[in-house]
Design a binder for this molecule. Structure first.
Ligand SMILES: C[S@@+](CC[C@H](N)C(=O)[O-])C[C@H]1O[C@@H](n2cnc3c(N)ncnc32)[C@H](O)[C@@H]1O
Length: 319
């Protein structure tokens, strides 16, 4: 190679290695904000597609997950006005004894007047049955007039019934009682570690993603806070179970038809009870969400027609 040619090659090499790195965005590249928005939209679309393709139960029917929330909403909007009457008829009034026992077992409220009282979140609180009992217990048994309850429910019609009923109690319109319309699977307006006691009575079997709701319960509870659930469960004695099933499947939809002019909603209610996990399975789900379950993990009521489950959020994070 001649000297001139070698010089030219070396110069080209140097020039190439000294090309400055591009530091500015090329004119046609979308901004980061735009890219993020596109990514979010794609994720939301993906989530919606996943929901559409994943299936779940609606009673005995198998439906897309995305459909369940709306179908459950329709059921409770339809039964809201007759909800209390139907509960009394279907259970011969026994649901009142179960609810009393649930609240008595939890002993809500502070014993010391210097305390701020408990912050209780009653999920799927509907018409307020549990909330009013807890406020009565705190006030009358613990002499605590500071404990407060938020009744949260996904259904505005059920909340409206609760609001109406609260006016017949000493708590309606006071700061001890508030209402929140929210899905238990996403309680974004409830701060993490802000709740002393989380209750859910006859609600969780209607949720689309029960495990997600348990994880939300874990998030919002303070360390040491208590998760408590009252739900229909599995009857332990086979003879009693056969009688109970025959009665509920034949009579409850008919009562729904006669009293609420709505057979389908009550058919769903009995089927949803049947589909709910057993006591042991539900205990495992509570543990999976991170709760410590007491040695007596659950209490069966009326032979297991219903059961009370409890879990405690550990004081220290698991390693
Ligand atoms: C059978 S009622 C129970 C009402 C009340 N806790 C009681 O014991 O009488 C079930 C309630 O769960 C509510 N619910 C269903 N799905 C929900 C969800 N994903 N998040 C919050 N509430 C829900 C319904 O709107 C309804 O008010």
């Amino acid at each position: 190679m001649t000297l001139a040619l070698r010089l030219r090659a070396v110069t080209r090499q140097k020039w190439q290695t000294h090309i400055p790195r591009r530091t500015t965005r090329p004119f046609h590249t979308p901004s980061r904000q735009f890219q993020q928005q596109q990514q979010q939209q794609q994720q939301q679309q993906q989530h919606q597609e996943d929901n559409n393709s994943r299936s779940t139960h609606f009673g005995y029917e198998t439906i897309a997950e995305s459909e369940k929330e709306g179908r459950v909403r329709n059921v409770f909007s339809s039964v809201a006005a007759s909800y209390d009457t139907m509960n009394d008829l279907m259970s011969f009034g026994i649901h009142r004894i179960w609810k009393d026992e649930f609240v008595r077992a939890l002993k809500p409220g502070s014993l010391h007047s210097v305390d701020k009282g408990w912050n209780i979140l009653d999920i799927a609180g509907g018409t307020g049955d549990i909330a009013f009992r807890m406020l009565d217990y705190a006030t009358n048994v613990k002499n605590d007039s500071k404990t407060r309850v938020t009744i949260s429910d996904i259904n505005p019609d059920m909340l409206a019934e609760g609001r109406k009923r609260s006016l017949w109690t000493p708590y309606g319109g006071t700061e001890r009682l508030s209402f929140l319309e929210a899905n238990a699977e996403n309680l974004e307006s409830v701060a993490s570690e802000s709740v002393d006691l989380y209750t859910v009575a006859f609600g969780i079997r209607n949720f689309t993603n029960k495990q997600k709701a348990l994880e939300e319960a874990f998030r919002v509870l303070k360390p040491g806070g208590v998760f408590a659930c009252l739900e229909f469960s599995k009857v332990q004695n086979s003879l009693f179970n056969a009688i109970y099933k025959r009665w509920s499947f034949s009579m409850i939809p008919i009562m729904g038809q006669l009293v609420a002019a709505d057979r389908d909603s009550y058919q769903y209610l009995v089927e949803s009870i049947e589909k709910f996990p057993s006591q042991e399975e539900f205990k495992n789900m509570i543990e999976l969400a991170g709760f410590i379950v007491p040695s007596q993990a659950y209490e069966n009521l009326t032979g297991g027609i219903a059961a009370i489950h409890r879990g405690i959020k550990p004081l220290h994070k698991a390693q």
